[in-house]
Design a protein around this ligand. Sequence first.
Ligand code: DC
Length: 437
Amino acid sequence: MIITIDGPSGTGKSTVAKGIAKQLSYMFFDTGAMYRSFAWLVMKEGLDPKDQNAVEAALLKFQFEMQRDQKQSRIYFVNGEEVTEKIRTQQISLAASQVAVYPKIREAMVKIQRKFGHSVDAVFEGRDMGTVVFPEADLKIFLTAKPEVRAERRYQELKRKFPDVSIHFDEILKEIQERDDTDQTRAVSPLKKAEDAILIDTSDLTAAQVIDKIIRLYKPRQKFPKMKWFYKIVYWLARWFFQCFFRLRIYGIEHFSPGAAVIVANHASFMDPAVLSISCLEEVSFLAKQSLFKVPLLGFIIRKLNSYPVAQGASDAAVFRLMIELLGQGKKLLLFPEGRRSSDGQLLPLQRGLSFIVQKAGCRVIPAYIQGTFAAWPRTRKFPKLFGKITVVFGSSIEYKELEDKTSSRDRITEKTAYSIRRLKEWLERGAIGIPP
Ligand code: DC
């Protein structure tokens, strides 16, 4: 899925686009940085940005590369030289706007941007993302803000980045107006709102408020894979059953998004896999003992419901391989990493295997807390008690990427998941107010 965020400078595009990408675990592309990087090369070569022929010829020498630093922030390279900070000066801002008017330059940049956007989930930030580069984007946002507000933001940003340089607010305001003029009046891909883009004025909003607004717009547009007919029938029958007999309530579904993930929950009853599966918005997969697949009808049904057999005595390595393979196919995998059903309904410590799987598959964890299944069907009872109350709460996902610190991430994933499940339990016990954490 592609989300585009366009608008003039100082509207908070970068902060907002980064925030959204982080929340959704999407890639983030600051396309202004590409124009800036090219402008930096033009200036380094001593060319006049107004000299179209010379600027276009410089394209042949432009090798652009993006990487991530240790904190996972983007860093930019031109012909092998790091330019991340160098491209943020006022001089480069103006030059970028000037070189961006030339059709050949835009053509080259658009080509690179489309290549980056091919088959990824990404947030693209720029001026012509929704109009020219990704006209088919799933969600288009156009940010605006009053020029004075934008100039003030730029002023604060520059003061922070270049504390030794003398900076004047009036100059910045003038420069912003000049750039707006160049960006809006150029012949090719001028800065303008796509017809189907949603306009948000950020003058009186914080970045967090804008991000929140966009996430709310994004949620209903998510595309979940369609369920297969057999799965769908069982899913809706089971949902109806649990809603009628156990007053099933589901919270935190807004945390659920398409793509590979391990859904991790506490485990206190036989009912948990079924209850958790029907609380999800798409098909999920899980592992089951191989012996169950040999039971005539049951074997057929659980296979159709995306169960994968695990042979008795199978090594951890073999089980992990299977899980990583399923996640690699973009599936959602249910896991109960307490290792066994709780005998008293209380949470047990999580086993370390979870970290290994998440790290190898590079996927996210969706923590979930299940309440009420222990009372409905504890280990000690042969049959369940009807007319109980069951609740499932999903928490915000734990991104593998943000925990990619090589030395400690294995333990942190498990710890963070266990902490998250405890928090969901507390949230529910405190009265389920607002969105689950
Ligand atoms: O977003 P920014 O301020 O970093 O962008 C710098 C300049 O690059 C901007 O003045 C216009 C140009 N630009 C563009 O023409 N098209 C884009 N998609 C992104 C930036």
